[in-house]
Design a protein around this ligand. Structure first.
Ligand SMILES: [Zn+2]
Length: 852
């Protein structure tokens, strides 16, 4: 083969540039350009054209491929799955799948003979939409798998089931392809400053709601992940590939990653097999002269990532990272990096993966069988026999947690008797049992365990994600003695939010509903949006209901019938409908005289108005943090939030918003005078993470911050080679910290325990306010629950404020030092966020009393 010189690349879009030369191709299979209208790598393929091609392949080659639609994205793009295999396998696909699944069932796998079973390989592309060489390479891989002829492809298709996912993130890749294609010049411009290489905010990396889908495999919050997880669990593949891109000056990375940063729950054998597969990538990339590296930079730690999630399920996840040309061709330190070159490396490593899978088929199948045998034995031998989890007072939050477990085919059982463990009372209907003795034992450990010791102090992503803490749910591990006292009910296959109802008939006096249920704020929004006047309870009371006496806590919502413009029949119907769908119980009250505590006409009941919310977005703002707020309000609470660009904010009338959200970001261009005047006039400003510091630095609040002493401050000199590691260990990648909370404060209405576990990353450590009523959440002396933190950063967190309320004129600033909405699975922080939106306006931080 001739030396590859730059001249050659300009013709590099021809198929011959990419494909193995020693193979013939079936002429009846359409080439990509025949369907999409351009050569591979000449333009960035758009999602609709990609779909057209995959459909064309499936239609032309039914003997080798089956096309399935896994589901659709938020923007209604189909998520395709092509299943490539030999005809004899495709004809028996369901039988093969069932047999394959037996590998993860120790009861069935012992008698299984893997000699003639195909391996199952998932090939996945570009979960980050702007890392586009993967998705463009999928055109070539699909063509190759459908059209290649000869013994090699026959062997491959006989011995494997290939689950082929051309685009992990259709909405993001569509956004990105539109951007780069619209800036492409006929004569390619390679200047990195050019607009083609500098996407407009929020960029194509994310899905519709600006989430990083490569953090969502475990939480499974998003449509894309949920659809994909169904297929993953239906098949439990042996290898899953995850094709990404990295910085333009790099080369090509494939796993294994940094050995010290492999999650300890991932078996050693997994890494050995990964290394063995890596020899195939090396051989294939050597042949085309491409540089690469392994065991550096990238970790294998967080099970929410696509290349790590499989590692705790008897599968080998493989991360590929190609240096990105971003656009069509870009100047880099290594010369001009052309898009076709990047596509070719991705395609080549798909071929090397498939060759490895064929060669290692039995090893991979046996490994999966052994893995689940081992995990089941570990679970059976474990001192903890089960986990119990749930909050009877918040069925929706409990339900969302159990839904997450079910997505991973974890066995969950109903609880049929009350149990007290770790000082929590778990009730029938409000808690669930998860036995340790089950094949997904290791994944369960990855979900429930707290992690406090690490081999390394450098991380690629968060250091802890203990899910019960994130969801803010009471949980306990049950030992053998305790477990024998538990009455287990039916296995849970699916869960629905129990419908709420009006606990009694129509009243002409008042209705009350409590604030502890997750979707109570959604109900309140519906009501206030329909013009209903609602009041919130700032002092508990006990009332007579049709069920007898009932205590109503802080945050209970009261709807006095006589104060409404809506007639009482309509009000009753509205409440009934809203209660049913939001899982909230509504209590009719017939008298204003309470049994104890305040009466219903007391000034302790304060009117709650509808939040009219805007959030600052655009260049400089953390897209994922903003996306979390957008997703929370739009998807979970059906509440509109206006997205204001900073330039728009500076220009428009903002008095129509009563609440403004500023997430982490850089707000240098924002008009501080305008913002401050708006707050002084009664606005509620909610600041999070480093936006808390921005507001203080710009005189909007007078919060002060703790100084962090770095470990290098006292050192005279340090080895240069340790610089990266030392500085990296001082970053706060994020762990879980417990703050004590004041449940009588409006920001913590609805919380049922005197603490909140928050995800804390970054370096915002506010000092407590001198006003004793203005610190409703404070980190104590030993707040770390799970995660890595340097000594210096930890000292700064201790006794710092998690939430500070500042009064500014007739408005307020609510400063939340951390991110209560983290990745949309931190449901333990949701009520804090909703309280800030609904009750921010009624907090009087000065006297501790609430006024409208
Ligand atoms: Zn990526």
């Amino acid at each position: 083969m001739a030396l590859i010189i730059p001249f050659f690349y300009s013709f590099g879009q021809e198929l011959s540039y990419y494909l193995p030369a020693d193979i013939t191709y079936n002429a009846s299979i359409p080439t990509p350009e025949q369907v999409i209208g351009h050569h591979v790598g000449e333009w960035h393929v758009t999602h609709d054209r990609l779909v057209n091609y995959m459909k064309a392949i499936a239609a032309a080659c039914p003997e080798r491929v089956k096309l399935e639609i896994m589901g659709t994205t938020y923007e209604t793009r189909p998520q395709l799955l092509l299943i490539f295999s030999a005809k004899k396998n495709l004809d028996n696909l369901e039988q093969i799948r069932q047999q394959h699944l037996q590998l993860s069932d120790p009861a069935a796998s012992a008698s299984l003979n893997t000699d003639n079973m195909p391996a199952v390989i998932w090939i996945g592309h570009s979960i980050h939409g702007n890392e586009s060489s993967g998705v463009n390479a999928s055109l070539l891989s699909a063509y190759y798998l459908a059209a290649a002829q000869g013994k090699k492809i026959d062997d491959l298709l006989d011995n494997t089931i290939i689950l082929f996912d051309p685009s992990f993130n259709p909405d993001g890749m569509q956004r990105f392809s539109t951007w780069v294609n619209q800036h492409k010049s006929k004569n390619l411009v390679t200047d990195p400053n050019s607009r083609e290489f500098n996407e407009v905010w929020p960029g194509g990396r994310f899905n519709h709601y600006w989430f990083d889908l490569n953090r969502d495999w475990l939480p499974g919050v998003h449509a894309e992940s949920q659809n994909r997880l169904k297929k993953f669990q239906a098949w439990r593949p042996n290898i899953l590939t995850d094709h990404h891109e990295q910085g333009s000056n790099a080369s090509f990375f494939f796993q294994p990653g940094v050995p010290a940063r492999v999650n300890p729950l991932t078996p050693e054998k997994n890494q050995q097999l990964t290394a063995q597969i890596a020899t195939f990538h090396a051989k294939f990339l050597d042949k085309i002269g491409s540089l690469y590296f392994t065991k550096e930079n990238y970790d294998d730690f967080y099970y929410g990532k696509g290349s790590t999630y499989p590692d705790v399920q008897g599968c080998i996840g493989i991360l590929f990272e190609q240096a990105s040309s971003r656009g069509h061709a870009q100047q880099t330190g290594n010369g001009i990096l052309r898009f076709p070159f990047t596509i070719r490396n991705q395609f080549t490593t798909t071929l090397s993966t498939l060759e490895a899978a064929t060669a290692m088929r039995r090893d991979l199948l046996n490994y999966q069988r052994d893995f689940f045998k081992m995990t089941s034995q570990e679970g059976a031998a474990s001192a903890s026999k089960a986990w119990i989890i749930g909050e009877a007072g918040d069925k929706a939050r409990t339900m969302h947690f159990i839904e997450m477990l079910l997505r991973h085919k974890i066995e969950v059982y109903e609880l049929n008797s009350p149990v007290t463990a770790d000082n929590y009372n778990f009730e029938k209907g409000g808690a669930y049992i998860i036995p340790a003795n089950q094949p997904q034992y290791r994944l369960l450990r990855g979900i429930f365990d707290k992690t406090l010791s690490y081999k390394d102090s450098l991380f690629y992503d968060i250091t802890a994600w203990t899910m019960p803490l994130a969801f803010g749910l009471p949980y306990a591990e049950l030992n053998a003695a305790k477990y024998t006292t538990v009455v287990k009910g039916n296995r849970v296959d699916s869960l629905h939010l129990p419908a709420g109802e009006i606990k009694g008939g129509k009243t002409n006096y008042a209705y009350a509903f409590e604030w502890n249920e997750f979707y109570a704020p959604r109900m309140l929004y519906e009501l206030t949006d329909n013009g209903i006047l609602a009041k919130v309870t700032g002092s508990p009371f006990e009332a007579t209901t049709e069920q007898g006496r009932k205590k109503f806590n802080y945050g209970t919502i009261i709807i006095p019938v006589a104060l409404q413009k809506t007639d009482s029949d309509k009000l009753y119907e509205m409440l009934k409908t809203s209660a049913a769908k939001n899982g909230v119980q509504v209590y009719p009250l017939t008298t204003g005289m309470s049994v104890s505590g305040v009466d219903l006409g007391s000034a302790s009941f304060v009117n709650v108005s509808k939040p009219t919310v805007a959030m600052l977005v655009g260049t400089g703002v953390s897209a994922t943090d903003a996306g979390e707020v957008w997703h929370l309000l739009d998807q979970r609470f059906n509440m509109p939030v206006s997205q204001l660009e900073i330039t728009t904010f500076n220009r428009v009338e903002i008095s129509k918003y009563n609440t403004l959200v500023i997430v982490s970001g850089n707000y240098g261009e924002l008009s501080k005078e305008k913002l401050k005047a708006w707050v002084q006039n009664g606005g509620t400003l909610i600041c999070m993470e480093d936006a808390v510091q921005w507001a203080a630095q710009n005189g909007i609040t007078n919060i002060t911050f703790k100084k962090v002493l770095s470990g290098t401050d006292s050192a005279f000199s340090l080895p240069y080679a340790s610089k990266f590691d030392r500085e990296g260990s001082q970053l706060n990648y994020g762990g879980i910290f417990r703050a004590g909370i004041d449940t009588t404060h409006p920001l913590f209405y609805g919380y049922q325990h005197p603490y909140i576990d928050l995800f804390k990353a970054g370096k915002t450590f506010p000092e407590k306010s001198k006003n004793p009523y203005a610190n409703p959440a404070v980190y104590a002396n030993a707040p770390l629950q799970s995660g890595y933190i340097s000594k210096e950063n930890y000292n700064a967190i201790k006794n710092s404020a998690a939430v500070v309320v500042s009064t500014v004129g007739s408005g307020r600033v609510i400063s939340i030092a951390d991110n209560p909405n983290f990745r949309a699975f931190w449901l333990g922080g949701t009520k804090l966020m909703m309280n800030a939106l609904f009750f921010g306006r009624i907090i009087d931080a000065g006297s501790g009393r609430s006024e409208e």
